[in-house]
Structures are given as C-alpha cells and as structure tokens.
Design a protein around this ligand. Structure first.
Ligand code: PLP
Length: 265
C-alpha cells in the first residue's frame, strides 16, 4: 500500500460531530488523504449550538504540530477554531519550526463564531490572527461575518466583495478566498479568489437548505487535500468549491437543530 498525502488540521472538537476537526477528518478521508489533528479546544456542542469550550494549553497544541511533522510529515495544513491569542502565537511558532506556511501549504480558515453566533475566538485574538497567521497563509478563507470582523468591510454587493478581498490581501496572505455564501441577496453563491493581481469569480448554486453545519471546515479541508497533492491554488479551490456544493446537497438532519454537510454523496 502507498501512503496517501498527509494533511494536518489545527482545530477544535465538536462533540456533535458536525463541524470542527470531526468535519475535517471526514472530509479529508473522503478526499483521499490522511488526516491528522492538533486539537486546540474541546467544545460542548450539539445541533443547537455551543454551550461552552475548554482550551487546550498552547504548548500542547504546538507539541502536537511538531510531533506529527517530525515523524509523519505534513503535506498541507489548515486551521479551524483557534480559541485564543496564546494558541495562535504557539501555532505560528510551531508552524515556523516545521515549515508550515513556507514549503508546506497553509490554509487559514479564520473561524470566529459558530453559525449560531456562539463565539469560538476571543475578541483579543483577532489581532493575532491578522498579524501572526495571515502573513504565513497560502490562502485565507473567511466568510462574510469573519470579513467584517477582520477588515471592517460589511459586504452587501459584489463590489464590496472585491474591496474586502483587497483589504484582506493587504494583511499578507498569498491568496484570499472571500466566500459569498452569506451574501443572502445573491441568487448564487459566488466565492471570490484573489492573489493580489487577478480576481477569479467562482459561482455555484445557492441551495435553500437548513443543514449547513461544518460547511466552512469541509471546504477548507477539501482545498487542503488538493494542495497536499501539489496542485496550484486555483485548481485546488475549484475542486473545493465543487466538493462543498455536493456536500451541502448531501447534508442531513441531526438532532433538533442544524445538521451537518456530508462529504459522502
Ligand atoms: N465548532 C467548531 C469546533 C468549529 O471549528 C466550527 C467551525 O470551524 C464550528 C463549530 C462552526 O461551524 P458552523 O459555522 O458550521 O456552525
């Protein structure tokens, strides 16, 4: 047997199995890569929302990254919930030590809150995200709520989406993907990819579905799986877009609240 490409997710646990590292591992498996985890926080969560979380000590987060990189190797890494500035600092430092963000592609999904609005990142940590992780990122993948928090652009139109992409790119990532799923007035879901010189609009259908838990995590994982195979960013993002569209179409009900998207079509 040959070893598949290896992807590390640096993310929080969702006890309901819908989002977070559970969604990442599911998507990574479906994308044919080996998934590894540096756990940042344990959320107490079900389909109705997040009622609390405990952070993993920052040095333990860093140690998980170094442990897997030094033995197994990492072909691409992604972030999800990072919880605090102390964890972000430890992640940035550990990534530097093992080449994540340099030779190893690094997808930074700037998770700030759950879809129910429950916070997953301390307010004081936004600066750490901007200053420490964005310059190291191969690509950042914010949704429009995260865009507002990070660069203060309230996206209401395609023009705003372009402005947000420019503002985010100025923070230092090599590529920006401004996801359009939360632009509710748009009949389509148009994600905007930008590398500082060229814009690429990636349109997709907008499904009128309730169950979309874990969609951001699933998209970032699918993109990471292709970067781990050595694909270029536009190719990996196109794959991720197709992957998430199909996963949203295959979402299923769970509990009394919001069910997860599914990478098994
Ligand atoms: N819980 C954890 C641990 C997460 O990492 C995330 C997103 O990354 C969420 C919840 C939120 O997912 P959603 O926006 O689909 O509610």
């Amino acid at each position: 047997m040959t070893t598949p490409p290896k992807v590390l997710t640096i993310a929080g646990s969702d006890s309901g199995g819908g989002a977070g590292l559970q969604a990442d591992l599911r998507a990574l498996f479906a994308c044919g890569v080996h998934g590894m985890t540096a756990v940042t926080a344990v959320t107490v969560q079900n389909s109705l929302g997040v009622t609390g979380y405990t952070e993993i000590p920052a040095d333990v987060v860093a140690a998980q990254i170094v442990a897997v990189a030094s033995d197994i190797g990492v072909d691409a890494a992604k972030t999800g919930m990072l919880a605090s500035a102390a964890i972000i600092e430890a992640v940035a430092d550990a990534c530097d030590r093992v080449g994540i963000g340099a030779a190893v592609p690094f997808v930074v999904d700037p998770v700030a809150a759950s879809m129910h609005g429950d916070p997953l990142l301390a307010d004081a940590a936004l600066d750490a995200l901007r200053v420490l992780l964005f310059p190291r990122a191969t690509i950042v993948t914010p949704n429009l709520d995260e865009v507002r928090l990070l660069v203060g652009v309230d996206v209401k139109s395609r023009e705003d989406q372009y402005e947000a992409a420019r503002a985010l790119h100025a923070l230092g990532p090599r590529w920006v993907l401004v996801k359009g799923g939360h632009l509710w007035t748009d009949p389509q879901c148009v994600d905007l990819l930008y590398d500082g010189s060229e814009f690429l609009e990636l349109p997709g259908p907008r499904y009128d579905v309730k169950h979309t838990h874990g969609s951001g995590d699933t998209l970032a994982s699918a993109i990471s799986s292709r970067l781990a195979r050595g694909e270029d960013v536009p190719t990996a993002v196109r794959y991720g877009k197709e992957f998430i569209v199909r996963s949203v179409a295959a979402a299923y009900p769970l509990g009394a609240g919001v069910g997860p998207v599914s990478p098994l079509w």
